[in-house]
Ligand binder design. Structure first.
Ligand code: NI
Length: 251
């Protein structure tokens, strides 16, 4: 099983050997370490060099747009190992900041272009910015694929994203009792349109809610989505692994 999005590069993890052993011991054999800043991208690359099971992304999150520098980022991508699987997480976040929309959009578009140049898919962070995200994706398609990570939007928006050929991924938030919308999306989208993640150390799924999350808990996300779709956990994991491999093309 693959955890397609975790932040092993987060400073909350001071015990990475143990975290890696924890997920390997429950059958999670690959994780994608997602980056949100320049320094997190460097650290993700180091972790991918150290641990065979770790793949990674490079990117600047909309919350970190002030440090965005496309040349600096391109140098990192150019010198990356073949375990670099995507550009991300990138996108728009109007929940944390509505004052710098223009800068956020510019950084998002530049990073889509960077991904296209290096034939990589993108990992999108979107918070309270669905309309603008969709508009940018229509005008600047991600030619090698895109995933709306930690999906929490409507079923209608999910269908629009899927109609553009893009994917969704679900985190622990699908397991929360009050997450009616996300559950509805997870029940109603096509088999080939999604995969699973933890976004750890954040968003621990039930029954671990409120604790520091880690990649091994992706199995709880799988159990929940399997229930919602009325299939066995094993079948669901086979499906989402197949989708994740087609998207990230792990080398
Ligand atoms: Ni994340």
């Amino acid at each position: 099983m693959i955890d397609t999005h975790c932040h092993l590069n987060d400073e909350q993890y001071t015990d990475i050997d143990e975290i890696v052993n924890n997920y390997l011991s429950v059958g999670v054999d690959k994780v994608v370490c997602a980056s949100s800043s320049f320094s997190a991208s460097v650290k993700a690359g180091e972790l991918a060099r150290k641990y065979p099971s770790v793949y990674y992304t490079i990117g600047v999150h909309p919350d970190e747009v002030e440090e965005f520098d496309i040349n600096k980022l391109e140098t990192l991508v150019k010198n990356a190992s073949n375990k670099l699987t995507a550009i991300g997480e990138i996108g728009l976040d109007y929940f944390h900041n509505k004052e710098n929309k223009a800068e956020q959009k510019q950084a998002f578009i530049s990073q889509i272009e960077l991904a296209n140049k290096y034939k990589l898919p993108i990992v999108i962070h979107c918070r309270e910015a669905y309309g603008d995200t969709l508009e940018i994706l229509k005008q600047h398609p991600a030619k090698y694929g895109a995933v709306m990570h930690c999906y929490s939007g409507s079923l209608e928006f999910a269908r629009e994203i899927i109609s553009l050929g893009y994917k969704l991924s679900f985190t622990g938030n699908v397991t929360f009792k009050n997450a009616k919308n996300v559950k509805e999306v997870a029940q109603n989208i096509p088999d080939d349109s999604f995969f699973l993640e933890t976004d750890s150390p954040y968003l621990a799924p039930e029954p671990h809610r409120g604790t520091r999350n880690e990649p091994k808990n992706v199995l709880d996300v799988a159990a929940c989505v399997a229930d919602l779709r009325g299939v066995s956990k094993q079948k669901l994991i086979e499906l989402t692994d197949k989708n994740a491999i087609a998207f990230y093309k792990f080398k």
